[in-house]
Design a protein around this ligand. Structure first.
Ligand code: AQP
Length: 335
């Protein structure tokens, strides 16, 4: 596979193992990774360094690292085609972060909306890592010279920062980093909370009813959708000003591969209750095969360990090549 990937453009993306993956991780990230993995030389990582910006229980973090990897495979990532690795196993991520933190303005990090959101949610632990997290993310991408980064809408601002840092470094020294383009899906790029449809659906939401987890059984999914917060309207019509029903229509559209016009005409005379029931059934059917595959793969610890070991070597080699180049440019003694 290595030789076949040589002339392909490269992508990199990751998921933080800070909780169980949600349906948003499929629609915003994994489904696109699967579509792109044939066309691109692909690197997909379990972003455990990012997870510790919020306190984690160590044993849980280790388990969730394996869970996240198993979900990658259950969603259709093929480790024979793509390099799948755990971020903390490649020290170059932390090393490059120090160098590029000297190429990032305080004001740039202060402007990141995710920093503002996450600090508001973690008032008792607004640490420097939470603040500088986008620099680590920039390094994740730049180390692999990724041409394109398939992500959800919430990461767009971080991608812009990555491009700025890359261009600043390239301008100061000479061409070193590829400036990456984001790849954000038109539909499914920002699935909203079922309990507060103005907020993004998140794996670490304190209210479990707000989130459809990929581990949820059918009855749980149906119940959560039935209880989803919707506005006081009645008709099934797509309108961004009615975020609750728009979010459910987006989920239904993804689960059934139909567009909004088709949904509106199918549910022309239906009320919210009827639509919620149909939506719950469709989403449950969409999640079930991923969940069942996950259960199977997750039991196979030796397979997961083998993939992690192989990914560590392959990703480590690629990342080290870029890091050496950077160390040389900034003037670190190389012997
Ligand atoms: N709700 C979502 N809709 C669409 N895409 C989403 N992504 C996450 N949530 C949604 C995309 O999934 C990728 C990995 O995200 P992440 O888990 O590393 O970080 P996050 O965006 O901070 O996700 P959470 O669930 O909100 O994590 P917590 O609760 O720990 O803060 C990214 O491409 C992201 O866009």
């Amino acid at each position: 596979m290595e030789n076949q990937n040589k002339n392909k453009k490269r992508i990199l993306s990751g998921v933080t193992p800070s909780g169980y993956l949600t349906i948003g991780h499929i629609t915003g990230a994994l489904a696109n990774w699967v579509k792109l993995q044939d066309e691109f030389d692909s690197y997909f990582m379990v972003a455990d360094l990012h997870a510790i910006t919020v306190r984690q229980v160590p044993a849980d973090l280790r388990q969730r690292t394996l869970d996240t990897l198993a979900f990658f495979l259950a969603a259709g990532i093929d480790p024979d085609k793509s390099t799948v690795f755990v971020q903390s196993q490649v020290p170059a991520h932390s090393e490059l972060t120090w160098v590029l933190s000297t190429f990032t303005g305080m004001g740039e990090c202060q402007r990141m909306t995710q920093f503002k959101d996450k600090s508001a949610k973690n008032m008792d632990n607004i640490n420097v890592g939470l603040f500088s997290y986008p620099i680590l993310m920039a390094c994740d991408i730049l180390l692999y010279q990724a041409d394109c980064v398939p992500v959800g809408q919430d990461q767009k601002q971080h991608l812009e920062l990555t491009r700025n840092i890359a261009q600043r470094f390239n301008h100061h020294y000479s061409d070193t980093f590829t400036s990456p383009e984001p790849f954000i899906p038109k539909i499914g790029g920002r699935i909203m909370s079922l309990q507060d449809p103005k907020q993004k659906m998140s794996k670490s939401d304190a209210n479990e009813n707000a989130t459809i987890f990929l581990k949820d059984e059918d009855d749980v999914i149906k119940r959560k959708i039935k209880r989803a917060v919707t506005d006081s309207g009645t008709g099934i019509i797509y309108n961004e000003n009615n975020p609750g029903i728009a979010n459910l229509m987006e989920l239904y559209s993804i689960a059934t591969n139909t567009n909004y016009e088709q949904i509106e005409s199918k549910f022309e005379s239906a009320g919210y209750a009827e639509f919620k029931e149909a939506c719950g059934n469709a989403v449950a059917e969409f999640v079930a095969p991923i969940r069942e595959k996950f259960k199977d793969i997750r039991q196979n610890k030796s397979l997961l360990n083998e993939i992690i070991q192989h990914g560590k070597e392959k990703a480590g080699k690629t990342a080290f090549k870029t890091l050496r180049k950077v160390y040389k440019k900034v003037g670190f003694y190389q012997g």
